[in-house]
Write a protein that binds this ligand. Sequence first.
Ligand code: ADP
Ligand code: MG
Length: 199
Amino acid sequence: MLDADFFRRWMTATAASVDREAERLTALDSPIGDADHGSNLQRGFTAVAAELEKEAPRTPGAVLTLAGRQLISTVGGASGPLYGTLLRRTGKALGEASEVSEDQFAQALRAGVDAVMTLGGAAPGDKTMIDALVPAVDALGDGFAASRAAAEEGALATTPLQARKGRASYLGERSIGHQDPGATSSALLIAALAEAHGE
Ligand code: ADP
Ligand code: MG
């Protein structure tokens, strides 16, 4: 079973990873965006970690809804509302339980990813965070390590794609040949999940 402490570890591991990788994320956002993805997420997840320490929410659902709310209020770019929606919707789907099974979490994360697709209008293959998140959720039934591998593969597979959503889509064919920053940060988020689980 997964408890509130597990979800807190997921968020703090994500904050640490985003901190380490901020420069790389911003560098990826430079040829096909506006070079702010790393700093956006660094600001957001630093705020998430600080708020979780302050408020210490007691249920998995409360941890994720708090994190999502923080991202929405602190990240300026497109990714703030999208990641915020992902975590808030996943948290809402977990309800009030003090512990959730891995299956329940997989279903909740699926609801979160669906909400991101509804909000942003992106489908798999559009060269966005969805290209890492959908494979990650699809593989979650095989465990956290499998999910991490699928997310990483999905992020790498965005390189030859042409962007159809977000800022990178303004570049048309010139977006081809660059790995998507949001898919890359989504792979970090899922890697942190495996890390929080001890894998
Ligand atoms: P901004 O584009 O506002 O500068 P960021 O640089 O923080 O925001 O985030 C860019 C990332 O957000 C992209 O690499 C992409 O993965 C993701 N993204 C942008 N628009 C969408 C969308 N409509 N749906 C899903 N993901 C999106
Ligand atoms: Mg940007």
